[in-house]
Design a protein around this ligand. Structure first.
Ligand SMILES: [Zn+2]
Length: 366
């Protein structure tokens, strides 16, 4: 067995730093709040189940340096100790495996630079996960502003580097994911069976941003779920999901506001047919929601119960937004939601994600 000191040395060499997707000031943790290091084993009806967190952030400092950007405005970089704290949190929360991804902040970069950045990030994540495949997997980064290049990067990451899919923004430098220019990427994702995790960006609010100024982190609190809702709606209403029916899309934050109010979309083309292309989308809009996947970041048992009622328990996977403390007890959130069967809970906690991502059962029972 590799010792902790050696492990930390290897992780540092891989160049991975953990950061979050909210304001840096949110990550404040007193010494008293730090979790114990005991790895909680989650059981359902006396049987050990593996938990998989599909929503866990990281960054690669060499790539961030190249972009001349800070991944968080407060300079939140966590090295060495942060990695051991991440593992301690996972242990305390009962998270067996975290699926890492990097929030895209490179969609305006030119081709040569973004090619280098994506190579650095994917290689760093692959190297890191190769040393700790028992606790971490990763979704690759892609230069989605160059869709055909992104398709090549996705294929290389999945077939040569052991990464499990891709993480992308909910828009690309002001362009919708449903724009036909992105068809080469969607075609490759469908061909590879890749999970595509869509994570919104507060910076993508564009002309809406002036209305997000004021007291409270409105860009994170309000815009993130709005942007996800807009992105998914375009993918449905522009026919992207008809063109690529086998896509495995997972939306962050429970899909934003969309699953809570999707029935309005079903009625809209009946009320305003002159604004809808005939036959697009082919199905009722709510039918597409039942084909997409969502993380469990909806905060209350009632919120999760409702999401299950709208899309089905089989479409929901555990997500924490780690290392940001949006949820303190993400496993209990699922265990305590009413109306779920044991099979539903096991699916949401890990087995659905494991199937989507092609994860082996190597951590089961640890
Ligand atoms: Zn996030």
């Amino acid at each position: 067995m590799r010792g902790r000191r050696e492990f930390l040395k290897e992780a540092a060499a891989a160049g991975l730093l953990f950061v979050g997707c909210g304001p840096a000031a949110a990550f404040t943790q007193s010494r008293e709040d730090r979790p114990s290091t005991r790895h909680r084993a989650i059981e359902i009806a006396g049987r050990r189940v593996r938990t998989v967190d599909i929503h866990a952030h990281c960054a690669v400092p060499k790539a961030t340096d190249l972009l001349k950007q800070q991944p968080n405005p407060g300079g939140l970089f966590l090295e060495g100790q942060a990695l051991s704290e991440r593992l301690a949190h996972m242990d305390a929360q009962g998270i067996d495996l975290a699926v890492l991804s990097i929030n895209p902040n490179w969609y305006t970069a030119e081709r040569d630079l973004v090619t280098e950045i994506i190579n650095i990030q994917n290689e760093a994540m692959a190297e890191f996960c190769s040393t700790r495949g028992d606790r971490f997997a990763a979704l690759c980064s892609v230069a989605l502003q160059f869709p055909e290049l992104a398709a090549v990067q996705l294929e290389r990451a999945m077939t040569k580097m052991g990464l499990r899919g891709a993480a992308i923004g909910a828009s690309v430098d002001g362009q919708e994911l449903a724009d036909p220019k992105f068809h080469p990427f969607w075609a490759k994702a469908e061909e590879l069976g890749a999970v595509v995790f869509i994570h919104p960006q507060g910076s993508a609010a564009g002309g809406f941003s002036s209305r997000l100024r004021g007291n409270g982190p409105l860009s994170v609190m309000l815009w993130n779920p709005i942007e996800t809702s807009v992105a998914l709606t375009h993918l449905i209403f522009e026919g992207t999901l008809d063109r690529f029916p086998r896509l495995k899309i997972c939306a962050a934050h429970g899909g934003g506001y969309l699953p809570s109010y999707m029935n309005r979309s079903d009625q809209s083309c009946q009320v305003l047919p002159e604004q809808c292309k005939p036959g697009v989308p082919r199905l009722r809009p709510t039918e597409y929601l039942k084909r997409l996947y969502y993380d469990s970041l909806v905060f209350t048992p009632e919120g999760l119960r409702h999401l299950v009622a709208e899309v089905g328990a089989g479409q929901i996977v555990l997500g924490t937004d780690s290392p940001y403390p949006w949820v303190k007890e993400p496993v209990e959130h699922i265990l305590n939601t009413p109306g779920l069967s044991d099979a539903d809970r096991e699916a949401i906690l890990g087995s659905t994600a494991a199937g989507l991502l092609g994860l082996s059962a190597e951590t089961r029972g640890r």
